[in-house]
Design a binder for this molecule. Structure first.
Ligand code: AMP
Length: 408
């Protein structure tokens, strides 16, 4: 058994961790703690619950010096996360002479100023941290460790400029540790602009096999939309996400669903952050039940109570599938992931199941009304809907691919 002692953690810290039942590092902790201790900039791709707080919290508590000013700064998107992080750090530092201050908006600033003055680590949300910087009640000149936790969420919430302002106010040689559930283009930009000698580590993807049922249908491309509508009507669905790999497909599927009277909305990477957040909020509040989405919705976003994930088509990245299906069957609920497979999706589907130890069950062909799929102007440019590649057979006409009734 690997223990935290083996990672050369101070006995006082190891003891406090043990008091919290944290004895054996998780896989990502085991890989990242030595890297962070060795001074590397780190991008950690991981979801909450993976033990990511310890990946940066333990090295910080190990390295900062008592009574030498604020040396570690942790940015978090929400006050809840900031409270959670500082709570953990406080518990873990109980045998060390170190203090953590927490700052977020909506509460009095004076107690925060006093807490900052006597702390070695500060955890906070970007807006209030900037406020302290502007008032000169937070001095970043001694910052050695700069943590961005749930960085993708901070970006989604529109904090990127605040993050950059705070980063720019800290010394150039500080170590940066960034955690997020995904690497969006904005995160990639932060990584390239501010980080050096970066190591990227990722947590193992968890698929809750007992709660998440995976199915697929073999269908010809030109019948996918009809099958989708049929399934949306037939299945007892609550909140549904329909993933498409291209923005153009997202737009077309959304537009066609609406023409069928299904009140869907869409989310994709070309929409502004604000628009994306508004759609997610409407979805989470139950104002929309059908969300047609590109990869932007598959990672990092806090999307609640999804009963069904449909893969209208597949991305070439096997991991994307795992992230997509992980949007359902969360928090102990069960969920279904249904993939509509046509000839161009088979290679990608096979790659998923050769990489991950999961399986999907083929469902028998269905009889369904054939609907018109309006392709408008966009379809002529959209290779995803190239009907010429496939013959137009009836959906009942037997399996059109070489796999037969195979279980993936
Ligand atoms: P996090 O992803 O950092 O929010 O951590 C999720 C939960 O797992 C928290 O309650 C941690 O205290 C706990 N935890 C983190 N690392 C370990 C570990 N190595 N062993 C047991 N529990 C842990």
């Amino acid at each position: 058994m690997t223990s935290f002692e083996e990672l050369k953690i101070k006995p006082e810290l190891a003891r406090a961790l043990k008091d919290e039942g944290i004895v054996e590092p998780t896989a990502i902790q085991y890989r990242t703690i030595p890297l962070v201790l060795a001074g590397k900039d780190l991008v950690g791709i991981s979801e909450t619950g993976s033990g990511k707080t310890a990946c940066f919290g333990i090295p910080l508590l190990e390295k900062v010096q008592p009574k030498k000013g604020v040396q570690g700064l942790i940015l978090a998107p929400t006050r809840e996360l900031a409270i959670q992080i500082s709570g953990e750090l406080k518990k873990w530092s109980k045998y060390l002479n170190l203090k953590t201050a927490i700052v977020f908006g909506g509460v009095g600033i004076e107690p925060q100023i006093r807490a900052i003055a006597e702390s070695e680590i500060v955890v906070g949300t970007p807006g209030r941290l900037l406020d302290h910087l502007n008032r000169r009640t937070l001095n970043l000149s001694k910052i050695n460790y700069f943590v961005l936790d749930e960085a993708d969420k901070m970006v989604e919430m529109g904090f990127i400029e605040d993050i950059e302002r705070i980063l720019s106010a800290s010394p150039r040689n500080r170590q940066i540790i960034l955690f997020g559930a995904t690497i969006s283009s904005e995160i990639d930009y932060l990584k390239k602009k501010y980080m050096h000698d970066v190591v990227v580590e990722e947590t193992e993807v968890q698929v809750k096999k007992d709660l998440l049922k995976q199915y697929y249908y073999d269908v010809q491309t030109h019948e996918k939309f009809s099958l989708l509508v049929h399934l949306l009507k037939k299945e007892k669905t609550g909140r549904v996400i329909i993933f498409c790999s291209k923005r153009s497909t997202v737009e077309l599927v959304n537009q066609n669903l609406r023409e069928q009277g299904i009140k869907s909305e869409m989310i994709h990477g070309k929409m502004t952050q604000n628009k994306r957040m508004t759609v997610i909020e409407r979805f989470n509040k139950g104002k929309i039940d059908y969300l047609v989405a590109s990869a932007v919705a598959s990672r990092g976003l806090d999307i609640k109570d999804v009963t069904h994930v449909f893969n209208y088509d597949l991305s070439q990245d096997p991991q994307e599938y795992i992230h997509r299906i992980g949007r359902t069957a969360r928090a102990g609920e069960s969920g279904k992931a249904i993939t509509l497979l046509s000839s161009q999706d088979h290679d990608a589907f096979r790659a998923i199941f050769s990489r991950y130890d999961i399986g999907a069950e083929e469902l028998p062909r269905e009889d369904f009304p054939k609907l018109k799929f309006q392709t408008g102007m966009q379809s002529r440019n959209s290779r995803g809907f190239d009907r010429r590649r496939e013959s137009r057979g009836s959906s009942r006409r037997g399996n059109g691919n070489s796999f037969g009734r195979r279980r993936y």
